[in-house]
Write a protein that binds this ligand. Sequence first.
Ligand SMILES: Nc1ncnc2c1ncn2[C@@H]1O[C@H](COP(=O)(O)OP(=O)(O)OP(=O)(O)O)[C@@H](O)[C@H]1O
Length: 652
Amino acid sequence: MIHLLCCRINTTGPALLLRRSSRSVEICRFSRSHTSPVYSLQSSNVVRHFKSLAQRTFLYCSPKTPRPSRSALRFILAPALLTVSGRAFCKVAYCEADVNNNTVTQTDTKDSSPEFNWHLLWEFVKPQLVALIGAVVLAFGAAILNIQIPLMLGDLVNVVARYLREQAGNYVHEIRIPAMKLLAMYGLQGLLTSGYIVLLSRVGERVAADMRKTLFSSLIRQDVAFFDANKTGQLVNRLTADIQEFKSSFKLVISQGLRSVTQTVGCFISLYLISPKLTGLTVVVLPCLVGGGALIGSLLRKLSRAAQEQVAKATGVADEALGNVRTVKAFAMEDRELQLYGFEVDKSCEMNESLGNGIAIFQGLSNIALNCIVLGTIFAGGTLISSNEMSPGDLMSFLVASQTVQRSLASISILFGQVVRGMSSGARVFEYLALAPTIPISVGGRIPYHSLIGRVDFMDVSFSYPTRPGHQVLKKLNLTLPPCKTVAIVGESGGGKSTVAALLERFYDPNNGVVMLDGLDIRTLDLSWLRGQVIGFINQEPVLFGSSIMENIRFGKPEASDAEVVNAAKQANAHGFVMSFPDGYNTVVGMERGVTLSGGQKQRIAIARALIKNPSILVLDEATSALDAESERVVQEAWIGPQEGRSVPAGS
Ligand SMILES: Nc1ncnc2c1ncn2[C@@H]1O[C@H](COP(=O)(O)OP(=O)(O)OP(=O)(O)O)[C@@H](O)[C@H]1O
């Protein structure tokens, strides 16, 4: 396995390739024939960083291009990869290289092509197996009937032709039986089709719902470092778009895939039995037409995807402008935003117009081609009828069966693309399903409430954020937060105050050293108990949920009574302003991040949310920064007074 790392490097010049050897990372000029080293990063830190990767690690560095796409990167490096390894398969990750400081920081360690996990799929499908088998059987039955229908149509036409030729006998009597048979066939085919669609949509929806719940449960249990490294939008995309795409592909493959393959094979046999000569002609013409159609179709789909992306881009511009409307207005940038949005909308309009033209040409061409096939079949079939090699009914059967083959082949060609897209969406979902959090939530011991003292010790704690391993935030920090005391941590911006709070809350584990509660390493304690009952944490930018104030405060203690909620709000000096709202505690906040409340009001609700669980340790990370002096005094009295006897470390 080869690892490709796409690197942004703080130097100027042409694109560079980074090569890992056993003791250094070399930055080389890259050309197809050879690579010549330019810099050599030899710090043990850099080399250690690559230890976890495969022996041959390449980094593509470009000072100008910000972040080439993975496929572009593979394309650029394909000759080098093939020469070096003889294998084309590679993993791609992104990193930043700083040649002055001799550091390389990997910013994205994800495997670019997660693998499809059949075992996990089976776990989701297993509970729906009976319905799935039912759907497969019904779809297969419908396909078999679709093969029979052209033959029966032929019988019917033969009766009509015979009557026209002989003008004798009772027409209604003769046609009744084949017509009734055909009618029954149509009815049964309709029933089977409805049946498999009902079953399949049930299976698809339930599998998708199970996947969503399991993926959400896996995501919500990941530790904070995971969310530092992955954008929320991308994670939400896996929950929505990826599962949706997978579900559609899954249903399509079972329904259309099974039906189309069965129909193609069955109808081809029918065609051959009806007329080997005409079939020979069809075998030459039909695949060419379907192939041509598939090619144009795939071009149009590409165009359609690009147009959709452009629409999304335009929406993104509008979303950003409307979401930050206060900033836009404060800088009087309405016209500029309008210009930006207009530019993107015009581009999407242009692309959609081209798409419309493409579809129009495609439809026109396919109509001509299809009608020519019908005309050609009738012409060739008529010749065979005139030489008594075929009956009119056979020609009718042939026409309908060949149309079925052509439709089935077209849908198979579309299905191929759908299968690839569905599998890659599924792989993206499965990637996070199988991911275990590095910090387990409900493992470890608890200190009985009556013997909890609340002394916190940071001993020789060193820490770097996982997303920036080269940047050490805390270096051998020793700090004691004694019980029954309020401790303020003061320091320059970016000095690591919030990081201390984050380590105490165990959002991250230190790289070295230990954080202790009452002399016990917090890594040995039950995390859900530590966060749920021991520590009350209010961060710099409290976020409220889109529900009532009552529910927001109760989030800290779900079983709290209304009286407890009101009491906590009073302690946080929030009761007064809450009661001034017409709906009081039932006022819904949190829409657009609680925009209906002022910064200070939001902070007071967040403080009430932390106070309601009566925590033994209260961490305020600049939680009162938006309060006026009087409110801050009331709040501080509230939590220092009744909490006397407990340790209260506070970031400030
Ligand atoms: N999630 C994160 N991932 C990577 N680096 C981070 C992260 N959070 C903070 N940092 C970095 O860690 C350093 C310390 O940040 P921290 O938030 O602890 O500082 P602070 O003292 O609380 O600052 P302020 O007073 O401005 O809030 C900063 O250099 C910051 O850029």
